[in-house]
Design a binder for this molecule. Structure first.
Ligand SMILES: [Zn+2]
Length: 240
């Protein structure tokens, strides 16, 4: 490896570190997105199921209402018939019997009408819930699709950034002889993407955070050869 290529390699190293961070951010964001989508879709299904149950309840109540209304109307017809019949009856015993029957019919009609009233009250309540649930669900879906849009946009931006950095790395790579680059790449793999380590605070290796012996620092300052950190084995670089 040639010393003059180290600044270029250091630049590539920064790009690679940035690339890895962006790739991780992309994976994390994607996982978060999938989790978000799954949870919200489950909730939407649940809300839709609640609405379906309410729809069924409402339908049943309406059927019950209709059934009772039909009964009431046929009982009323019967009552009218008996009213007419009552006008023609002379026999007191028969008249009494008819009167009792008419009372009985009236009682049945009253009971059914009370039931219809209860059904109407229940229907009113269910209809209220139904329209509230519907409204809630459509608002929820609206918010959900906005969130989806936001996630998609963020993922797209990260993808574009990753692509740009990759292109930049490829461009910079061309300026380094192949053999040197392979050596650098190999060291990058071994040293968790930090093959080259800057000297910070005048004497500390940034890679392993240990102070460097004076003899190493002197060799480094001469800038004649490539100097490795005796502790972590990274190529050392000192800004001039
Ligand atoms: Zn070190």
């Amino acid at each position: 490896m040639k010393k003059e290529n180290i600044p270029k390699l250091l630049n590539i190293q920064d790009l690679v570190i940035n690339l890895k961070e962006k790739e991780k951010a992309f994976i994390d964001k994607k996982q978060e997105y999938e989790k978000f989508k799954k949870e919200k879709l489950e909730l939407i299904n649940l809300k839709e199921e609640e609405i379906r149950v309410l729809e069924k309840d409402i339908k049943n109540l309406k059927d019950n209402q209709r059934e009772r209304e039909d009964k009431v109307s046929s009982l009323k017809d019967k009552y009218q018939d008996e009213e007419k019949k009552a006008l023609t009856i002379k026999n007191p015993k028969e008249a009494l019997h008819l009167e009792k029957e008419m009372e009985n019919l009236k009682g049945q009609i009253r009971r059914l009408e009370d039931e219809i009233l209860d059904i109407l009250l229940e229907l009113e309540e269910k209809n209220k819930f139904y329209s509230e649930y519907k409204k809630e669900l459509s608002k929820f879906k609206e918010e959900f699709s906005l969130e989806i849009e936001k996630y998609e946009k963020e993922l797209k931006e990260l993808r574009e950034e990753i692509e740009l950095i990759s292109l930049e790395i490829e461009k910079n790579k061309k300026e380094i002889p192949m053999e040197e680059f392979l050596e650098f790449e190999n060291l990058m793999r071994q040293k968790s993407n930090r093959a080259i380590s800057k000297v910070i605070n005048k004497e500390v290796c940034e890679g392993c955070k240990l102070s460097l012996p004076k003899v190493i620092l002197d060799r480094l300052k001469k800038k004649e050869e490539i100097v490795y950190c005796p502790n972590c084995g990274r190529i050392l670089w000192i800004e001039s």
